[in-house]
Design a protein around this ligand. Sequence first.
Ligand code: GDD
Ligand code: MG
Length: 352
Amino acid sequence: NSYCVIMAGGLGKRFWPVSTKACPKQFCDILNVGKSFLRQTFERANQIFDTRNIFIVTGSAYEELTKQQIPEIPSENILKEPFGKNTAPCVAYAAYRIARINPHASMVVVPSDHFITNDVVYLDNIQKGISFVEQSGGLLTIGIKPTRPETGYGYIQIKKNKFSEFISKVKTFTEKPNKELAKVFLESGDFLWNAGIFIWNVDDIIEEFKTYLEDIYLLFEQEYKNVENPDSPENIAHIYGQCRNISIDYGIMEKSAKVYVMKGEFGWSDVGTWHSFHEISPKDENNNVSNSEQVRLIETKECIINVPKDKKVIIEGIENCIIAENNDILMICHRDHEDNIRHFDDILKHTT
Ligand code: GDD
Ligand code: MG
């Protein structure tokens, strides 16, 4: 008796203007595979979870988009947040929602915007993880072998004595370290990246909320658990209005003494930036990545081009740029400056 929770409330600001407030990254087909990240995530989960056992947590503004992309999902399985309060409230909401069906169920929490290359191994890892937590309890994460000193991820240090062939106890969990620390972690060889996929029993995670995020725990205990019609928009708005904004990583994973990790053996990328998108995409002989056959490139190198499919585009003599167009916005940005992209929307709003 296991449930899958897809977290789909992020804004994907670093992929602007392709990812927008009206249609954030998880609802986009940035990889050009014919379906959105969310749709891919759902189809993957649906191979081992019954549709009724899949919940999607997203902003109420994205209910229609979610229904359009996942028409199979029962309406009551879309948990709507009036506003994003990061992943801890999202997980608490899902846990309390599932607890109403079965307080002893296990749940698998997955991001909605990742690129996974080996579904068979991925699903096998998930199933092994479910069996583990159902027998032993604890908070299980999936770890990925790090390849660069990335500062946008969580780092998991493994205890040397292995718990089982696949699973180790976690010694430390450090969310988003600075560059120096990330380098130390990478070089030590003792660390894995947190893939952002979590497996636990509903009662165990609620217990951890009680210990480490008591305010959120009390809100759901008092305002959700025994309330009539707890999922009404009014009630959820009431709870979220008082909820702290914090991620599950900072709020619980860094602090809990019950964290375990399973090394994920599947291909994984969180496709968090245009840079990581470039890394995983097929490139032409000059290392350019383009999403459309209508784009003509002449003496152009190391560029990322993401434009509407019906647009004829010709680019000559450009290097190291991101060229992205969506709706009425065209963005051209040097790849070394891509950290600034998440501010561009605001800059434009204040100049027009
Ligand atoms: N429902 C809901 N509400 N979903 C949310 C919210 C929210 O307020 N905020 C984020 N999400 C969703 C995002 O859409 C994404 O699918 C997932 O939760 C993770 O959120 P991110 O904002 O993308 O987290 P991150 O990438 O900075 O960090 C997490 O993922 C890394 C791996 O990709 C952490 O778990 C890191 O430790 C991890 O390494
Ligand atoms: Mg992310």
